[in-house]
Design a protein around this ligand. Structure first.
Ligand code: MN3
Length: 208
């Protein structure tokens, strides 16, 4: 399945001042679009043209010869997912009940979750992603970090929420202050309803 750039699920200035319209102009309009364009070129002739995006990612993760297609396809998946993790009226300790209860049970409550999520994101050395994920085997919520284009679902974890910690995600609005960006993500932007809807769906199943 060829890749297409999804529209942002909100106006480009809807998250300002936490993420500016200029950030989205570059992050969605240029970075995400480049993954789409490069991914489509690499997909041609790969033998995976008829597979779903998730199937392409899982297949390429096992094949070092397809690392470039993995990187572009997974970055397309990660960015499409990340846009849905943002809500102009989101963030903060108020969240749907089932997600709140799971965070209390598995991650020690909102304040500890926030501290640990920020720490997970800040300690991802170099480019990558911080995740709230659900372990497919135990059903427990966990914090996970992945480097570069990495995705949790190649390792048996269902992604529920992510924050992009590549410098391009925050440099325009926060310069080098990654912790401030991640705090703003948790306090002002996180789409808890999206995370809870994924938790309710249960483990993500991807055919290999
Ligand atoms: Mn990015």
């Amino acid at each position: 399945m060829s890749f297409t750039l999804p529209p942002l699920p909100f106006a480009p200035d809807a998250l300002a001042p936490h993420m500016s319209a200029e950030t989205f102009e570059f992050h969605h309009g240029k970075h995400h679009k480049a993954y789409i364009d490069n991914g489509n070129k690499l997909l041609e002739g790969s033998g995976l043209e008829k597979k779903s995006l998730e199937e392409i990612i899982v297949a390429c993760a096992k094949d070092p010869a397809k690392a470039a297609l993995f990187n572009n396809a997974a970055q397309h998946w990660n960015h499409s997912f990340f846009w849905n993790c943002l809500n102009p009226k989101g963030g903060g300790p108020s969240m749907p009940g089932k997600l709140k209860a799971a965070i209390e049970k598995d991650l020690g409550g909102f304040e500890k979750f926030k501290t640990d999520f920020v720490q997970t994101c800040v300690t991802q050395f170099g480019s990558g992603w911080g995740w709230l994920a659900m372990d497919n085997r135990t059903g427990k919520l966990e914090l996970v970090k992945t480097a570069n284009a990495g995705v949790p679902f190649t390792g048996g974890k269902t992604p529920l929420l992510t924050c992009d910690v590549w410098e391009h995600a925050y440099y325009i609005d926060y310069r080098n202050a990654r912790p401030k960006f991640v705090e703003a993500f948790i306090d002002r932007m996180a789409n808890w309803e999206f995370a809870e809807s994924l938790m309710a769906k249960g483990p993500m199943k991807v055919a290999a």
